[in-house]
Design a protein around this ligand. Structure first.
Ligand code: HEM
Length: 263
């Protein structure tokens, strides 16, 4: 959270506020997976509106402050960026900075927690990683494949099309199950196996195409640094049950993870 707040020039001391927003936005437990996507989306937006309003007001203040005294950070750059003589307006910057602020921390946090869980489930792997830290990137990639932080994405079809044997009409709302794609046995041999040496590992957890995750490199780097420190600092890390998970229909991530450690 500190990394992304500092990149954006937002006070990292406001962390508790960002955490509260992230919990409100990603921690709802009352998701009905069988509800039609559009209606469920409308209902969710109504419920989340007060949090989104509070977040937008905070960010608008932040942006106005930056307009008065632009800093050499990402927000300052966004304010002065120009393409074809056009600049982003405040609403666009609020949207983008808000996305970065949230996407920039909950995802990496999820990945660190998920990897600790995966290591706990596979005794021996942590020792392998301590002996050869060069295996860590592969272990993180495999953890991101098996415990996909965002299990599904949504899309709207612009034109009628065919995907495999399925006809998709125009203007349809689609749910794309990344978590299922990541276990496609035509792509991944023995897909349910946690294999830190899987290569290639073409998982779709960071999305695909023009919307491919902007922060993928940063997320991989942050997870690598955090897990390396954790593994170096403690020779024994055991997860203490029960694990408090978020609602996996929303995010695959732990909410609270108690560990017993020995240094
Ligand atoms: C393991 C960590 C992460 C995962 C699994 C993840 C996942 C994703 C996915 C699936 C998308 C595509 C969304 C779509 O197509 O609808 C996406 C987009 C995005 N991510 Fe990440 N993300 C992670 C970390 C981050 C970080 C650290 C940042 C910011 C520093 C970030 C910023 C973004 C942004 C701005 C987009 C939108 C890109 C666009 O629409 O062009 N993400 N991410």
């Amino acid at each position: 959270m500190i990394v992304i707040a500092e990149l954006l020039g937002i006070p990292a001391a406001d962390q508790p506020v960002f955490r509260r927003w992230a919990d409100a936005l990603f921690d709802h437990t009352d998701v009905d997976p069988s509800a039609p996507v559009l209606e469920a989306g409308r209902e969710t937006m109504t419920r989340l509106a007060p949090t989104i309003r509070e977040m937008n007001d905070y960010l608008l203040d932040h942006i106005r402050g930056h307009r008065r005294a632009p800093g050499d950070d990402l927000t300052g750059r966004l304010l002065t960026a120009e393409v074809g003589g056009e600049r982003l307006d405040d609403r666009e910057i609020v949207g983008f900075v808000g996305l970065l602020l949230l996407a920039g921390h909950i995802t990496t946090t999820a990945t660190v927690g998920n990897t600790v869980l995966s290591l706990d489930e596979h005794p021996g792997v942590a020792a392998e990683l301590r002996a050869d830290p060069g295996l860590l990137p592969g272990a993180i990639e495999e953890s991101i494949r098996c415990r996909t932080p965002f299990p599904r994405l949504a899309r709207r079809s612009v034109i009628a099309t065919r995907i495999g044997t399925t006809l998709v009409p125009a203007e349809a709302i689609l749910q794309l199950w990344i978590t299922a794609a990541n276990r496609d046995s035509r792509v991944f041999a023995d897909p349910d196996r946690f294999d830190i040496r899987r290569s290639p590992n073409p998982h779709l957890s960071f999305g695909h195409g023009i919307h491919f995750c902007l922060g993928a490199s940063l997320a991989r780097l942050e997870a690598r640094v955090a897990l390396r420190i954790l593994l170096d600092r403690y020779r024994d890390i055991t997860v203490v049950a029960p694990v408090e998970e978020r609602n996996p229909w929303v995010m695959m991530s732990v909410n609270r993870l108690l560990l017993e450690v020995r240094s």
